[in-house]
Design a protein around this ligand. Sequence first.
Ligand SMILES: Cc1ncc(COP(=O)(O)O)c(C=O)c1O
Length: 401
Amino acid sequence: MDYVYGPGRSHLFVPGPSNIPEQVIRAMNRNNENHRTPAIPALTKALLDDVKKIFKTTSGIPFLIPSTGTGAWESALTNTLSPGDQIVSFLMGQFSLLWIEQQKKLNFKVDVVESEWGQDADLDALESKLASDKSHTIKAICIVHNETATGVTNDLPKLRKILDYYKHPALVIVDAVSSIGALDFRMDEWGIDVAVTSSQKALSLPTGMGIVCASPKAIEASKHATSLRSYFDWNGYLKCYNLGTYWPYTPSIQLLYGLRATLDLIFEEGLENVISRHKRLAKATRLAVEAWGLKNCCQNKESYSDSVTAVVVPTNIDSGEIVNRAWKKYNLSLGVGLNKVAGKVFRIGHLGNINELQLLGCLAGVEMVLRDVGYPIKFGSGVAAASAYLHNTIPLIPSRI
Ligand SMILES: Cc1ncc(COP(=O)(O)O)c(C=O)c1O
């Protein structure tokens, strides 16, 4: 079967799974190893230490779980909460919706704070809930940092300020699936109790590893939480951490070496430079969208996502047709609109191991597709706006100065 079209590289611009760099592909191209030799625990220990750096935590404890973001959600919830616990959860797009469905299935009492899709989480509504919750019945606040369906990034420092103002002890559990490794994320500074991400997003790895990081307060909560859990039980990991064996079950050797390689690349570029690159790519994309005369699905400029841009199309155009044609004609993969915004938006993922010229290729492809579906675009308009900005902002490559 011809799954992959021949010449050149495909242009993968969905907001995860993202492009896997050659160095990572090569690092993972290896035989299995016995995980019970001293080599794998040593590799794992170094990985755990380094993973903490991308969560910006010194006190958190990370768990690398053979799973995806969805399993990481479940691990975060079942280890810290008990059935019937009240949680406040923000709904503002497809991924927050799916997480809320999981929270309900796991028998938590979910107080859903809903915003229009394209708006950010309604933190004002949280204020009034905390103000009236004198007996601290709310056990956790669940929030998606970056809603991948709408390209909206929520204000976590503001959330922390609100909790501190009311001296409320609720745990803060954050989906950082499409943010960690792309956006600034400060677990300790923002007082996050559990943060989760997934390997196929900004870490540019294959799918299959969920990363969960728990604060000391979350670890303490896990000692009393009664939600049923077995495979995801942090205690199994903690016991192995104490023994120095590190794994309660068989890890994917290839993913461990892949994680090593991807972290090395991030540290070589510099985490802050990685974050700046994502800001640059996102800004260039937004300038192109503006030049095309199209709108960003994200309503609030302060909340524009630096890892994905959801572009709203005119009502006479089906955004699904744009995504379809981009793949069929230009070997360009864009993200579809999901659920409420299906047909209305397409998404450009600009996260992970990509650079500015790759992005310009994507933007040129989008322009051609837009013309294909009848949108009267001026060829080069978006590319010109993006290039003018990038040309002034791309730094020299440090090793080539
Ligand atoms: C913000 C967010 N949370 C959770 C998920 C679910 O992750 P996974 O598909 O790895 O289970 C996704 C996937 O796109 C996501 O973007």
